[in-house]
Design a protein around this ligand. Structure first.
Ligand SMILES: [Zn+2]
Length: 66
């Protein structure tokens, strides 16, 4: 097993885009988890992309810049 692969916490390894947990089951609008690109686990490349997103894209959206 490659220890660089880490189960995606955003989608609990399902690879699906989840917005909430309902009765212990993941629910969401469907589509692919953007955190792991639908793989269900995150690699170093995914971590880098997510770190960039959290540091730059998300704050800009929250502030209404984009
Ligand atoms: Zn995921």
């Amino acid at each position: 097993m490659d220890d660089k692969k880490e189960t995606c916490r955003r989608c609990a390894g399902t690879g699906a885009f989840i917005t909430r947990i309902e009765n212990g089951k993941p629910k969401g609008p469907g589509g692919i988890c953007f955190r792991c690109a639908g793989k269900g686990y995150q690699t170093d490349a995914d971590h880098k992309r997510n770190d960039y997103y959290d540091a730059h894209i998300m704050p800009a959206r929250v502030m209404g810049l984009i």
